[in-house]
Design a binder for this molecule. Sequence first.
Ligand code: GUN
Length: 284
Amino acid sequence: MANIIDGKAVSAQVKEKIRGEVSELKEKGIEIGLAVVIVGDDPASQVYVRNKEKACELVGFNSYKYALPAETTEEELLALVDKLNNDDRVDGILVQLPLPKHLNDKIIIDNIRPDKDVDAFHPVNVGKIMIGDYSFLPCTPAGVMELIDSTGVEVAGKQCVVIGRSNIVGKPQAMLLLHRSGTVTICHSKTRNLKEICSGADILVAAVGRAKMVTSDYIKEGAVVIDVGMNRDENGKLCGDVDFEDCKEKAGYITPVPGGVGPMTIAMLMKNTLTAGKMHHGID
Ligand code: GUN
């Protein structure tokens, strides 16, 4: 039986540390604020946003929520982003994705001030990640790294396989593993011999968005298996990209869904918001 990596426990430790720092800053009269913008009524996004607000409350940030109707125009959303860019109470801005179809994610993200872009989605921050200058950490991949570190398994020299090449997870994940001297392979829908490649991985990160796609024949005995997926199975139950029941005997370490990567993404968002707040107040 694999060791189950407890994302809730690791994220609680990260948030506790942030809470301590935030309370010290408050004693100096410094308050930190995160603005969260949600457009429309996607149920999953509403849950994510609520969890982000709860995390802000826990660590002691001020959170400002802007819930806009689905019909919001690009002009209106850009006007809000501009207002938040210039609002001194706001250290971090997060526009929850996906946006309704008539809005272009890229145009909106490009207009968030890079020093308030706590998602690290702006091209300036993406470029910095590429060269290993992490003003802001890419939240989900950074959370994955914390979970890998919690196992005590060293990344340097290991075969690391990332399934998925999205801008939010797959690509930045590969960079973080590479910067830690992992030997990294990125797989995607056109990859041939996916099973063979995955089964050579010491560290496997699944971020494809296909329910229970990774079965035990994809993994190496004793591997670290990190599941970024958030899907519904045939019974409508939340599940990852990894077939947990099938893989839990063979893996060395494995994350559950829920309770694995999800809580870490939010903890890393809190970390970035603290970084932004300190930057804006000239503290390093
Ligand atoms: N939608 C799904 N994950 C994320 C995330 O990390 N940030 C934002 N802004 N939207 C998301």
